[in-house]
Design a protein around this ligand. Structure first.
Ligand code: SF4
Ligand code: SF4
Length: 206
């Protein structure tokens, strides 16, 4: 079969490559030349992330894991980014609760022989219902909500108490999880939405 003659354009490219060097990059031996606007891996921002877990709910690759554990009587939540399975779709950053929890970098590769290098973790203490022990959310998340609500936060004692406990203003009495009988004093406790509703019903209709 006869070899086709190169077109003028291809001939021009070949001459240019001879003078300027190859058009392709030497990645992974050298970093690739990427445009500054390239949206690469997302990264947690420690100050902007309240550890609410919303980004894990929307991640199509399940590249964000949420783990909760107890230590010394307190509960904690770890948010874990798995770069090794991230698709760079950008959903986590686009739907972040605070809008400041995730920043896109222009990193495009996480080549490593050590998988732990492709993982980023952030952590915070969890706030639990003082009545039933159910996890409400993280302390940072409640503080962020209180900040946004301003003086309206005083309509919900859970938000106000959760914000003030670190300042040693609110009571730190022992949790009473055994009993689900609601009394007037329960109104001024940190309660999950279900217990808050039950306390409100008791206060107003019984
Ligand atoms: S604040 Fe944003 S980044 Fe942090 S856990 Fe919530 S949704 Fe994810
Ligand atoms: S960029 Fe997409 S795949 Fe990667 S962590 Fe965010 S939501 Fe998940």
């Amino acid at each position: 079969m006869a070899i086709k003659k190169p077109k003028i354009r291809e001939l021009g490219e070949a001459i240019r490559a001879l003078v300027k060097g190859p058009f392709t990059t030497k990645f992974p031996f050298e970093p690739a030349n990427i445009i500054p606007e390239f949206r690469g891996f997302p990264e947690y921002q420690d100050d902007g992330c309240v550890r609410c877990g919303a980004c894990a709910e929307v991640c199509p690759a399940r590249a964000i894991e949420v783990e909760e554990y107890k230590k010394d009587g307190k509960s904690f939540r770890i948010m874990r980014f798995r770069y090794d399975i991230c698709l760079l779709c950008g959903q986590c950053g686009a739907l972040c609760t605070t809008g400041e929890g995730i920043e896109y970098t222009n990193k495009y590769a996480k080549n490593t022989f050590d998988r732990s290098e492709a993982i980023q973790e952030v952590e915070d203490e969890l706030v639990e219902c003082e009545k039933c022990g159910k996890v409400i959310t993280t302390r940072r998340h409640l503080e962020w909500i209180a900040e946004r609500l301003g003086e309206k936060a005083f309509a919900n004692p859970t938000i106000v108490l959760a914000k003030h406990i670190p300042m040693d203003i609110a009571d730190k009495e022992e949790k009473t999880r055994e009993s689900c009988e609601f009394n007037r004093e329960d109104w001024y406790k940190i309660l999950c939405p279900d217990c808050r509703r039950a306390a409100w019903m008791k206060e107003n209709f019984q």
